[in-house]
Every structure is written in structure tokens, then in C-alpha cells.
Design a protein around this ligand. Structure first.
Ligand code: C5P
Length: 240
């Protein structure tokens, strides 16, 4: 049976290293994969990443690289050397994405480790159709997301970040083995906060989401471990 824990990634969105460590310790028995973004990574100078590695946790480093191919490739290689398990890059030119995918294979083989996953950001969820048009892209956000997901797959990326409401479209376009990483997850009891298109953990899994990103419903809960355990339980029920 696939464990619920292997599907849950908890976002540690704080610029305070001590608070991050406190939270990680509280979640030690409940969570295997943690997501670090720009805020924490920059503020802690990578220290939280080192702490997670010292505890044997998997790290999703969500820095959303976007640069010329050689710089992207070098950044991906540096992440792999640093023990990152999953990382994000923006979907852009085919060549740049292919260089990232190829270096991940080469570097993992050289280090004798499981190949880390590289997932693409297709269209930021903060972008509207009008925002896309304003930068010269005359596709809807949905059309652009599917087009970019297909290009990411062709270039060898492992998957994309997408809303759990878009997963079915992405799976239809790219296949069931393409990894879908879904934020905007809210258990029924949790507050929605600033997320607009939320989906429950069980619905996300039923839609075909491979990995769920959950932040505040766990990190701001009175008992974060209990909140995480309940989500893991909900995921496991949806998997059978
Ligand atoms: O607290 P919450 O569950 O909303 O956190 C979701 C996490 O996923 C945050 O770290 C947020 O930055 C990230 N994220 C998102 N939507 C995206 C991409 C990333 O909410 N499209």
C-alpha cells in the first residue's frame, strides 16, 4: 500500500530559523517531506535545509528557477549535490529544461542516489487570462498551462505544479506517470485563507494528484502533528 505520508509535503513558510526548527520537530513523527521556499531558504541561508537533511527528511526546494539554460542547469546540479529531493523550475525554453533534466540524471548516477524530481511551474496561479495577454501570451491560463505541461514533459521534466482542479486536464494531456504537485489544499475544517481555488486532500487524490502541498492548515494548527496525521489518514482513505 502507498503510504499517505509519501504524498504529503508540508510548507515551512517562515523567515525564522528557530521557528522552522520548532515546527519540524513537532512534525517529526508525522511528516517525511518538507517544502522550503525563497523566504526561508534566503533568510536561514540554507540552514533549515541542512537541519532537515540531518533528520533524514526529504526536501522539496521551491525556488522556481528561471534563467538562461546554463545557469539553470548549474543551479539544479547544486541542489542535487545539496541533497534536494524535489525542485521547481519555470517552464520556459525546451533546451533549458532538457539540460536540467539531463544533468539531474547524470548527477544522480554520479552520486549513486535516486534521481531527484524536477517539476515545472506552468502559469503562476496569481496570473489571470488578462495578465497573460498583457505580457503577449494570447492563450487562456488553462490552455497555457496544458501547452507548457506538454512541453515540460517532452523536455524530460518529471511533472508540474498545478491546482488540484487542473490535475485531470494535465493527466489527460501528459499521462498518469507525470508527477502533479498540488498546493491550495484545505481539509473541510480548515480556514481557506488567501487561497482561491481550494480542494480537500481526498478530492485532490481522487482527481489524480501525486503530491500535496499543505502549509497553514498544519503549521498554524493548535496541534500541527495531529492536523498532519488527520490529513495523512484522509489521503490513505482516498487511495484505496
Ligand atoms: O498555507 P498554504 O497551504 O496555502 O501554503 C501553500 C504553499 O504552496 C505555500 O508555500 C505557497 O507559496 C505554495 N504555492 C501555492 N500556489 C502555487 C504555488 C505554490 O500556494 N501555485
Amino acid at each position: 500500500m502507498i503510504s499517505g505520508k509519501s504524498k504529503l509535503m508540508v510548507a515551512i513558510d517562515t523567515d525564522n530559523y528557530e521557528k522552522a526548527v520548532e515546527l519540524i520537530d513537532k512534525l517529526d513523527n508525522s511528516v517525511e517531506i518538507f517544502k522550503l521556499g525563497l523566504e526561508n531558504y534566503i533568510a536561514s541561508r540554507g540552514k533549515t535545509l541542512d537541519y532537515l537533511k540531518s533528520k533524514g527528511k526529504r526536501v522539496f526546494l521551491d525556488l522556481k528557477f528561471h534563467d538562461i539554460p546554463n545557469t539553470m542547469m548549474s543551479a539544479v546540479r547544486a541542489c542535487i549535490k545539496d541533497g534536494v529531493w524535489l525542485m521547481t523550475i519555470h517552464v520556459s525554453d525546451y533546451e533549458g529544461m532538457k539540460m536540467c533534466a539531463d544533468i539531474a540524471k547524470e548527477e544522480a548516477a554520479r552520486l549513486g542516489i535516486e534521481k531527484p524530481l524536477i517539476v515545472g511551474v506552468t502559469v503562476l496561479t496569481s496570473m489571470s487570462d488578462e495578465d497573460l495577454a498583457s505580457v503577449g501570451c494570447n492563450l487562456s491560463t488553462r490552455e497555457a498551462a496544458i501547452k507548457r505541461a506538454k512541453l515540460a514533459k517532452e523536455a524530460g521534466l518529471d511533472g508540474v505544479v498545478c491546482s488540484a482542479q487542473e490535475v485531470e486536464d494535465i493527466v489527460a494531456a501528459c499521462g498518469d506517470d507525470f508527477v502533479t504537485v498540488c498546493p491550495g489544499i484545505r481539509p473541510k475544517s480548515a480556514e481557506v485563507g488567501d487561497q482561491k481555488r481550494v480542494v480537500t486532500p481526498s478530492q485532490a487524490i481522487k482527481n489524480g494528484a501525486k503530491l500535496l502541498v499543505v502549509g497553514r492548515p498544519i503549521t498554524r494548527a493548535e496541534d500541527p502533528a495531529k492536523a498532519a496525521d488527520l490529513i495523512v489518514e484522509e489521503i490513505e482513505k482516498a487511495l484505496v
